[in-house]
Design a protein around this ligand. Sequence first.
Ligand SMILES: [Fe+2]
Length: 372
Amino acid sequence: MLTIDKSLQFEGLDNFFYVANEAMTSTILLVDDEINNLQLIKRTLRGKYNILTASQGEEGLQVLKENLDKICLIISDHKMPVMEGTEFLRRANEIAPDIIKILLTGFTDIEILTDAVNKCNLFQYITKPFDPNELLSIVESGVEKFNLSSSRSLMMRDLQELFYKTIKSISATLDAKDAYTHGHSLRVTLYSLILASTISNDTKFLENIEVAGLLHDIGKISIPQKVLCKPGKLDDEEREIMKTHSLCSERLVENIKQLGDMGLWVKAHHEKWDGTGYPDGLKGDEIPLCSRIVAIADTYDAMTSTRSYRLALSHEVAIEEIKKCAGTQFDPNLAQKFIEIQDKIKEAKDNPEQYYEEYSMLKKKFESKTNP
Ligand SMILES: [Fe+2]
């Protein structure tokens, strides 16, 4: 049994230690129609675990649903009236795939057992009559496996949250470098999310869009302040320097291997549908979808924000410009969708913080976390 001295805790691994200590009060669900069997198992596990019981499959599923946040392991008999143990565990697996499942069976047919292992995501089967010590040892291994996997998930989640907050801080720092682009990355991310959500509700897709929006201009960190914040229009040489930022964004992002193709997506946010963009002159579908989305959001925000050399254009003028550039600068289908949702975009422009709360996938993901 894993025991951890609370005095060994230190900041950053609180979740791990929390889960490890929870092993002492882990809850197990026993499902068996034979009262003698239930009593024997209860006696074997008493004092070490909290035990919940059910006498048949339907009741077991009900107890499972009501105690999803507590149960870490299920032991089910196979031969039961109405619903067999394998069917019960298969359905339990649909409800709670991470909970450890053990089957008690009189079967020794290896084919039937293999089938049960696969269908129910079984951790182990125990043939009857069983040795109580063997049962206890298997249960201890199962609970330990559950706790290790839970602590790993919590730590992964903490790392992801740290990552999200870090990129959000970096993009906010970048926005703050220039008074004229204040809030640019956040608004581009927001418009990109609104546009992307008209194409798909896929969580991973929208999370990628959000990260790409926040990081698309990260390469501007490498642009000299006198060029980045120049009061007035850039000359040709300065414009060439400024254009290097998308390649720098790629270089910074591609170093983080967990971000996969994100480097290519941020590099391509200034490519144009007709192939006249930079840095690679990509054309049409050669430009990644994510970059085509960010490109429209980026241009809309640039037009509707005040710059050192001009005042902000109105929403209506910006929409007209996007309409005009559909099929040349922008993917025509995406531009059309952007025009269709322009009312929502305008509302978001007037209240970006509130709309970001609504559309951000990552904010929702981490704010729903319940810390112990
Ligand atoms: Fe850019």
